[in-house]
Design a protein around this ligand. Structure first.
Ligand code: GLY
Ligand code: MN
Ligand code: MN
Length: 499
């Protein structure tokens, strides 16, 4: 029963337990034994999943070299920062992995790796830690601490990597057992009194690492800073492999949403739509949805983070669905709104047209590489003017008053960075110009509350958002989610299909 429920099992990764038991941390023999086995660790490898990974890839499409260059770049960037600030030159960067978490008693949640750790290692092991060290003149070292072999744990959770073979899989300089982490950190701090520590003390992701860091800081007076912004700066600009993964994630979600719309009908429950989009994403190769989707019928669309998804969709209602998937660590984020019966009321169509035209104009502006915050200002202006034409905002308003009136109809930003996380690289301000290689969303909306007495009653209760994922290029914006219909004729065609 456990095997069926939790998928990642001994059988799925072909463990040979006899050989695992022989594979202790440091013996030479263990390396030889390992090399002659099927090389099973806690995640797919080229040896276990040749259909998924080439010999030089740690995760699909991302090579050992790319991971090494991410780590090198991070150290270089921190090093340059320290030089500019005339700070201590020797430093250690500590990036914990996520911990295994429990849903109830001994039943684990599906594991999702800490994205910063995944970005820098490709390693899916829970309760591990990456330590990067810079000492002397450009001496860089990477050490990956892992739990190590343990027959009992592996019986329940599947195989783990041996510390002695970590470098073989992940291309780091050294692998060590997690239980040595605290001593290792202490030793480094004692031998180099003015070591600068780069660790995010304010957002702990793993208790063991956090306790070790706190203990260390009791005895050492080191500089301490978060490395977050340096990692986000790297993640902000996607590599060509990452762009390919994002294209695939966006394509899967676009197709899944299209077929979900085609299969919706009056009387369907929001949770059935939720299940359908989840199923269609997974059937196309996504691991799971990138976030709990919003599936909101009727005026529930006006609750921006409506994720209860448990109501019946009535006749004449529209459905607003915000859903995306995660494909080998990369997230898509799409919103579509459609009339459940395949035809709009006059007021629904008018507002849909306003959101659609606003969205297309804002996407067009991406050619000029604007900051996301200025896209937001433009969205408020465009939307405000269009709502004035419809008579929903007084024609007398202009300037800031018009922007404010517009903001009341769309009380969220029009764009965020997108990548491994849905709200990707949040430490990067949205007031810097966009650059080729960034991926961003464009997602204007109009939300008219049921009790909004400033507008005719036919408009009340309508909530609409249209969201696409955009790759910024030197030749203009590329809509990665363009295969998901949004034009009125296309939306009406697919929503009136009776499958
Ligand atoms: N799905 C979350 C967002 O659009 O920001
Ligand atoms: Mn979004
Ligand atoms: Mn979204």
């Amino acid at each position: 029963m456990f095997k069926k429920v939790f998928g990642v099992t001994s059988t799925s990764y072909s463990i040979n337990f006899t050989k695992i038991l022989k594979c202790s941390s440091y013996s030479r023999e263990s390396i030889e034994v390992h090399s002659t086995t099927k090389k099973c660790i806690g995640q797919p490898t080229h040896y276990t999943h040749p259909q998924l990974l080439k010999a030089n890839e740690i995760t699909p499409m991302i090579t050992v070299k790319e991971y090494q260059s991410r780590r090198a770049k991070l150290l270089e960037n921190i090093s340059q920062f320290c030089s500019r600030k005339k700070q201590v030159q020797d430093f250690m960067v500590i990036i914990p992995s996520a911990s295994k978490k429990y849903m109830s008693d001994k039943i684990p949640y599906v594991f999702r790796q800490n994205t910063e750790f995944l970005y820098l290692t490709g390693c899916q092991e829970p309760d591990s830690c990456l330590v990067l060290i810079k000492s002397g003149y450009d001496q860089f070292t990477s050490v990956l601490f892992v739990q190590g072999k343990d027959a009992h744990s592996e019986l329940w959770d599947g195989p783990r990597v041996c510390p002695s073979t970590v470098n073989e899989y992940f291309g780091v300089d050294q692998g060590l057992p997690m239980k040595e982490l605290e001593n290792y950190l202490q030793l480094n701090c004692k031998t180099k009194k003015d070591l600068h520590l780069w660790y995010d003390l304010l957002s702990p992701v793993q208790l063991n690492v956090h306790n070790a860091m706190q203990n260390m800081l009791k005895h050492n007076k080191n500089f301490l800073d978060s490395p977050k912004v340096f990692i986000d700066q790297l993640r902000l600009i996607k590599s060509s492999a990452e762009i390919e993964l994002m294209r695939k994630s966006c394509l899967i979600a676009s197709e899944a949403i299209t077929t979900t719309i085609e299969n919706s009908f009056p009387g369907i429950n929001e949770h059935e739509i939720n299940a359908k989009v989840d199923y269609e994403c997974r059937m196309r190769g996504a691991q799971y949805l990138a976030y709990p989707p919003v599936v909101a019928g009727g005026s529930r669309a006006n609750i921006i983070h409506y994720i209860t998804n448990n109501q019946v969709v009535g006749e004449n209602e529209m459905v607003l669905m915000d859903a995306g998937c995660e494909y080998h660590g990369y997230s898509s984020d799409i919103t579509r709104t459609w009339p459940i019966e395949g035809r709009f009321t006059k007021e629904q169509e008018e507002l849909y047209e306003v959101v659609l035209q606003t969205q297309k104009e804002v996407i067009g502006l991406c050619t000029n590489l604007p900051p996301l915050d200025s896209l937001f200002d433009s969205m408020c202006k465009i939307l405000g003017k269009k709502l004035q034409e419809l008579g929903l905002i007084p024609k007398s308003l202009s300037g800031t008053s018009l922007l404010k009136a517009s903001y009341r109809f769309c009380p969220h930003h029009v764009s965020h960075y997108l990548g491994m996380d849905v709200h990707d690289t949040p430490s990067i301000t949205r007031n810097i110009p966009t650059r080729p290689g960034m991926i961003v969303t464009v997602e204007p909306g109009i939300y008219v509350q049921d009790n909004n007495e400033m507008v005719p009653k036919e408009y009340r209760g309508i909530g609409i958002r249209i969201e696409d994922d955009i790759l910024i290029t030197a030749n203009g914006p590329e809509v990665l989610t363009s295969s998901c219909p949004k034009e009125i004729t296309d939306i009406l065609e697919i929503s009136s299909k009776k499958n």
